[in-house]
Design a protein around this ligand. Sequence first.
Ligand code: ATP
Ligand code: MG
Length: 508
Amino acid sequence: MTQNIEIAMRMEGITKRFPGVLANDRISLDCRKGEVLGLLGENGAGKTTLMNILYGLHQPDSGKIFIEGKEVKIESPAKAIELGIGMVHQHFKLVDTLTALENVILGIPSEHPMVLDLAPARKRFLSLCEEYDLYVDPTVETWRLSVGKQQWLEILKALYRDARLLVLDEPTAVLTPSEGEQLFKAIRKLTKEGRSVIFISHKFGEVLEITDRITVIRDGHVVGTVPTKEATYPELARMMVGRPVSMDRKPRPSATKIDPVLVMENVQANNDRGLPALKNINLTVKAGEIVGVAGVDGNGQLELAECIVGLRKRTGGSIRIQGHDVDRVMADPSFVGYIPADRQKVGLFLTLTVAENLVVKDYAKPPFTRRGVLRYQAIRQHANRLIKEYNIRTPSSEVQVVHLSGGNQQKVVVAREMSAQPPLVIASQATRGLDLGAVESVHNFLLKERNRGAAVLFISTELQEVMSLSDRIIVMFRGEIMGEMDGEAADINVIGQMMLGQVTEVVA
Ligand SMILES: Nc1ncnc2c1ncn2[C@@H]1O[C@H](COP(=O)(O)OP(=O)(O)OP(=O)(O)O)[C@@H](O)[C@H]1O
Ligand SMILES: [Mg+2]
């Protein structure tokens, strides 16, 4: 069989079945030399599975893979790397306690296994940083890096191994807008050098900006491939979801309740590096309203959420929930529903089942426990109800959460936190990594919470969704609230300026 010389990688008829799921159904696609191929599809469509097969993490049940025209068997990531394939995973695989440089060289066979000479590695690492304008301090321990920098590190790691085909699985989900721009510059440089990139993202704007062609996957099979120049937002959305999707502002009854649920006064807190992250925050969220928190990632939003839910110590000020001191009510999870930004580290127990994750907050109470004995039937029934209500795609309630797609893991957290009907909901990047339809449904669930009378704090770096969902909007910049405005009347330009710290006076 003759292969076009332009094709860097081709997959033919890839099928992969997991217990109860046909994740990839005879998928064929190719990626040309020097192009960015976008991979678009709903949560659970099979994108990560397909890329894991390419990277040797899974073996396909059937199908073939060709690299530069030659059929290959990729039985391990080591083999994939040898073939010039690099992958940055949706959930990073760095070792927290190692330095940046150690993570990069981890697993590379050394010529002299007994002596580890870091000097040449360090030199090569730094020259890559410079070449692609992605700087990471090689000596810093990885846990101290922002998620954006961890992403750079994953990319540098692949480039260090001289990847000719780089797979980026939702790279921008964790990047600030300026980091996103930096990434796009690096991607353009890579493709100019003749390397290829497969780019997975749920953000249409980005996919339209950076890719050359787009392959859309739905329910494990390819719906079609379109040249990006000819693609439009509505058409892609329809291909992906199978129905039109709208992101317009949601109609809602006007807020009726006025009781303050969350009251923060002069709250101060430090970040993980011990530097001030919150400076004198004063904020009230009332029953029946959604307060949106806009801002570029890393301006104190994480610390704000963590202080409210009691995961972070304040260095000053007070927080009350329904009049109770937050330090007292934290023992009782029925006060606050929390959807954290980092679902894998904070929100879920990956090795427990979906059903178990759905009851981790209440398993010790009836009906899940009677006379000290867990009642599995009640737990399963509860799980099945939530799976249906929140449209969680899983073969059953007894599957370990680690086997769910990224978006569906997020739905498990949302379902658990909302089903308890708490008076206060803190949603931090709640729609990160979710597909269009799922974003819409999370928005609808939050609105439902609001309409039932919950106070909702909605933290997001996506300005569009803050504007479409919030009754009131505050903007955070460097640990301070830059301004506050009505959600309906908010001006996107004013918010944008505040996000960059350019407006000093408070707009009423
Ligand atoms: N190791 C596994 N064991 C069992 N099922 C799995 C495993 N990995 C993936 N699946 C299932 O395969 C399907 C495809 O999942 P995959 O992670 O490829 O989706 P995705 O398109 O990457 O979604 P997302 O946008 O949410 O990341 C899902 O139904 C998922 O639950
Ligand atoms: Mg995925």
